[in-house]
Design a protein around this ligand. Structure first.
Ligand SMILES: Cc1ncc(COP(=O)(O)O)c(C=O)c1O
Length: 413
């Protein structure tokens, strides 16, 4: 008899939690504690042997709780549950998306190594790559998001120092997509002998519902969990997912750098996981309505949204192969420059003028002077971040109200 396979949307309500170990509480309690009491000294010794990698875990053994910077039940339950969607062996929860990205990079890069990244990436990631990693002797170079396999290959071939291929797809804020299978093939074809080029993917924009990079050859998936996982603009967190082996190395970095999350934040994420899929679906439905409106508006010059034919050669095809939906992030150009974009931003009434994305309320912002303001003018021009570009993260408001809001805001032009 074939066994019924439980879907992620069901597993996320029970995975990783045994109510009988918490007085039968149906809802996971908040384990607000910095430290955990060992039953005896030998158990304490064993807990450290495993946590510090001094001895391998035996079959059936699991890491004991020690100290909340190392592990905590709320974080561990989030980690167990989020693996359901991406199909990962393991996950690590962080204090922010930047905590996840920086800790993952510092786990695998050493002085003399090179990281190659798709451009643009989120502004904080860009700063870390261009201004901080070089200070540790780690070189970085970039290729335009949406590059072909041959263009990616040109960045990696003949350079044995390349150890990480980092891809943000769709890219923030241009929403250009990069081919993950091609990245995997390039990484495998050009790794130095006895080493591997890790493919790391920032999947914040579409994941984990509309894109699952591990299925397309990625080694590590990274998230700003501040966005869709939290979903209510009330917390900051990050995630890394991948094989048990890679995630255990990332967790050592997290423990030592202290980039772990806290029990209250982890609990809020747990509460949000149950509605993640339904939120993303409804936000996408609203975004499609807004995109449809913008595409027809005479004052709108260009609309970027994953899957549109107008995104450029090969983009719609790639979208069909790599993603199962387009999500709720979009950007559009109004023509002119900063002054024109600001007129629209200052005129919205229902949308909120704020950075971040993936929350239940619609946020609108100006990438050139806000999220991506650290980039030089030349870098912005190369990445397609013009002064007239506006980014919208569509929320759960009534979509006709959002269209009416944009209608009156565009009238300000
Ligand atoms: C695509 C992407 N990755 C990473 C981050 C950083 O995440 P956090 O703000 O949670 O550190 C952001 C933040 O906006 C983002 O948009």
């Amino acid at each position: 008899m074939s066994r019924h396979k439980v879907q992620p949307q069901t597993s996320i309500f029970s995975k990783g939690y045994d109510p009988q170990r918490s007085e039968g509480a149906a809802c996971v309690p908040v384990f607000r504690t910095s430290t955990f009491i060992f039953p005896n000294a030998a158990a304490g010794k064993r807990a450290f042997e495993i946590a510090y990698g001094l001895d391998a875990m035996k079959p059936g053994e699991s890491p004991a709780l020690i100290y909340t910077r190392v592990n905590n039940p709320n974080s561990e339950i989030v980690e167990d549950r989020v693996t359901c969607w991406d199909g990962a062996e393991a996950a690590a929860l962080f204090s922010s998306g930047m905590g996840a990205i920086s800790s993952a990079c510092l786990s695998f890069l050493r002085p003399g190594d090179t990281l190659v990244f798709s451009d643009p990436v989120y502004g904080g990631t860009e700063y870390f790559f261009r201004h901080m990693l070089p200070g540790f002797g780690i070189r970085t170079k970039s290729f335009p998001a949406g590059s072909s396999k041959a263009e990616m290959e040109a960045m990696v071939a003949g350079d044995p120092t390349v150890k990480v291929l980092y891809i943000e797809t769709p890219a923030n804020p241009t929403l250009m997509q990069t081919d993950l299978r091609a990245a995997r093939e390039v990484a495998d074809a050009h790794a130095a002998p006895d080493s591997r080029i890790l493919v790391m993917v920032d999947n914040t924009m579409l994941g984990p519902i509309y894109c699952r990079p591990l299925q397309h050859g990625a080694d590590l998936v990274l998230y700003s969990a501040t966005k869709f996982f939290g979903g209510h603009s009330d917390l900051v967190a990050g995630l890394a997912l991948g094989s048990r082996e890679l995630i255990s190395r990332v967790k050592v970095t997290r423990t030592i750098l202290g980039s772990n999350s806290d029990p209250d934040t982890a609990w809020l994420i747990l509460r949000s996981l149950g509605t993640l899929e339904i939120r993303m679906e409804k936000q996408q439905e609203n975004a499609i309505r807004v995109v449809d409106f913008l595409l027809r508006h005479p004052k709108v010059k260009e609309v970027a949204y994953p899957g549109l034919d107008s995104m450029g050669p090969g983009q719609a095809d790639l979208h069909r192969r790599q993603c199962s939906g387009s999500g709720s992030l979009l950007s559009f150009r109004v023509g002119g420059g900063e002054a024109e974009a600001f007129k629209v931003l200052d005129a919205v009434r229902e949308m909120k003028l704020a950075v971040s994305l993936g929350g239940i309320e619609t946020l609108i912002e100006h990438p050139s002077t806000m999220t991506h303001s650290d980039m030089t003018a030349a870098e912005k021009a190369r990445a397609g971040i013009g002064e007239d570009l506006i980014r919208v993260s569509v929320g759960l408001e009534d979509s006709e109200d959002l269209v009416a809001d944009l209608t009156q805001a565009l009238d300000a032009l």
